[in-house]
Design a binder for this molecule. Structure first.
Ligand SMILES: Cc1cc2nc3c(=O)[nH]c(=O)nc-3n(C[C@H](O)[C@H](O)[C@H](O)COP(=O)(O)OP(=O)(O)OC[C@H]3O[C@@H](n4cnc5c(N)ncnc54)[C@H](O)[C@@H]3O)c2cc1C
Length: 496
């Protein structure tokens, strides 16, 4: 087996830790700027949470290909390739089925306006005022209101409306009624602009195209390499700067060190500061801020592979189901939640495959704490339980699903943690305060940047790609003038 360190350069302009969408986008952009870039991924596969896996009998499952906003078309066209962008298409059939309502929608502003007026009997002025208000919400306003307060302002005493608005966003980024209203406002508005989109060809095709593009731009990609430490030293003026990374091969355990001028970490921000770095390299109050950052919740998933030659009826593309009444953010992540989303993959997801298949992936928001400490027997028992509950839930819409399915598997917060190493197995990065810490990192240590899911806003496929773009521009500016960059960032992040 060739060493993952074969022919490494002694020094790179930029080392990118982690090949999630944020890391890959930053690496690709820096390479396009003409920088020598080393992209390191501890797993054998690229993509991070935006990934897939294959199983016997021709099954292939996507982890996080459920839906993203229209903005992905523009971001992938500008920062990746037209081919990637052209494969993005809209999901037309989003459904909500719960004790409060059953709704079928294209999940865009026009259709939501209709539903809110006709089905929920809200006055047109209220609906219009709500959308206008969201459009005007500004990240720099420092508005302390929570989503709960925002909803109470526009839809007082209407838990059904609040459920319709929040439930899909809670699945998209783990947000709750108690998070800042801006986090709901930005993400919901992004979706409302034109609806929910998906990548045709599956995540495997997208990652393949992205990998080819990175290679064409000269990114040096190494898999099975864990970054164990970021090496930070003081320069002659006393300024702390990154100077390299310590690496370990995950297959044979071989070790190496590589010198670099900048590091962009796509690992979770808490892991980046509190585990991958020597904490004495930061101001103590910055460490306190990093410690105080709350991570978002994690996920369970159930993957159901439909037997070759079998079909399933069109029950919707994305089906949000719940038996909870009333809706609550707490029930949504409860160990025994009844809330789950079914992503239904019809044969047109991967039309290019020899025998295009049907698959269903159930996503359930869960807390790390509920799964982390189960002993092996209980762990297996609860994995079997979520598979059974998912099947029972789906039987309401596809009564003979058990006969159609010939492959079943469950993933838990532990799976997420093992695969991407994130603190608390978080699926959606950190709460709002994580963004400030992420942006302030280069003020603490010259050349040290973070591009990964933070602050709810910079999360999800679109958020992390966009954040990767922003951070790569900052890293490039630092490479041009190592004395100027971090101070500019300090001023920018003071206003957050
Ligand atoms: C179940 C689930 C469903 C989701 N559904 C959607 C959805 O429908 N739409 C949407 O937009 N988003 C969805 N998301 C969220 C979305 O997938 C993530 O926000 C996004 O992919 C995260 O990208 P990222 O750049 O932050 O990095 P990640 O994907 O988290 O990747 C980080 C990478 O860094 C690597 N790494 C970490 N530490 C090290 C180290 N020390 N050395 C080397 N490598 C390291 C990891 O292995 C990983 O590859 C979902 C997430 C989950 C879990």
């Amino acid at each position: 087996m060739p060493s993952p360190f074969e022919n490494l350069l002694p020094r790179y302009d930029a080392v990118v830790i982690g090949a999630g969408l944020g890391g890959m986008t930053a690496a690709n952009n820096l390479a396009k700027f003409g920088r020598k870039v080393l992209l390191l991924e501890h797993h054998y596969q690229l993509g991070g949470l935006a990934t897939f896996f294959k199983r016997p009998k021709g099954h292939i499952f996507d982890i996080s290909l459920h839906g993203f906003p229209y903005g992905m078309i523009k971001s992938t066209r500008r920062y990746w390739t037209p081919e990637i962008s052209q494969r993005i298409h809209q999901l037309k059939d989003v459904r909500f089925i719960n004790p409060d309502f059953e709704v079928k929608t294209t999940f865009d502003r026009q259709d939501f306006t209709r539903i809110l007026q006709e089905r929920f009997r809200l006055p047109a002025e209220t609906v219009e005022a709500f959308f206008s208000h969201l459009r005007e919400m500004n990240y720099y306003d420092n508005d302390p209101r929570t989503t709960r307060e925002l909803f109470e302002q526009f839809f007082p005493g209407r838990p059904d409306v609040q459920r319709l608005l929040l439930e899909p966003i809670a699945y998209a980024n783990g947000s709750t009624l108690d998070d800042p209203a801006i986090t709901f406002g930005i993400v919901f508005s992004n979706f409302m602009s034109k609806g929910v989109f998906i990548f045709q060809g599956g995540t495997d095709t997208m990652i393949q195209l992205m990998t080819a593009e990175m290679k064409a731009n000269g990114v040096d990609i190494r898999r099975n390499v864990l970054v164990e430490k970021v090496i930070i030293e003081k320069d002659t003026s006393g300024q702390r700067r990154v100077v390299g990374v310590k690496l370990r091969g995950t297959r044979l355990g071989e070790e190496a060190e590589v010198a670099c001028a900048t590091v962009v970490s796509n690992a979770n921000i808490k892991d980046t500061i509190l585990k991958l770095s020597d904490t004495s390299s930061f101001d103590p109050n910055f460490i306190q801020q990093a410690q105080a950052v709350r991570v978002n919740t994690s996920s369970c998933q159930v993957y159901m592979g439909v037997r070759e030659g079998e079909s399933i009826p069109p029950i919707g593309d994305l089906v949000f189901t719940s038996e909870a009444k009333p809706f609550s953010s707490r029930e949504l992540v409860d160990f025994h939640t009844t809330s789950r989303t079914y992503s239904v993959y019809y044969p047109d997801t991967r039309p290019h495959t020899r025998t295009p298949r049907n698959a269903v992936v159930t996503s359930i928001n869960q807390r790390w704490e509920d799964w982390a400490h189960l002993n092996e027997e209980d762990y297996q028992k609860h994995k079997a339980r979520i598979i059974e509950e998912s099947l029972q839930g789906l039987e309401k819409y596809i009564p003979d699903i058990r006969q159609k399915v010939d492959y079943l598997e469950a993933a838990t917060p532990r799976t997420v943690q093992r695969y991407v190493r994130h603190w608390g197995g978080t699926s959606f990065g950190t709460k709002f305060e994580g963004l400030k810490v992420s942006m302030a990192l280069p003020e603490q240590v010259g050349g040290f940047f973070h591009a990964g899911s933070v602050g709810i806003i910079m999360s999800g496929w679109l958020g992390t790609i966009n954040y990767g773009v922003i951070v790569s521009a900052k890293a490039d500016a630092y490479l041009r003038n190592p004395s100027a960059g971090p101070l500019g960032d300090a001023q920018a992040s003071q206003s957050l």
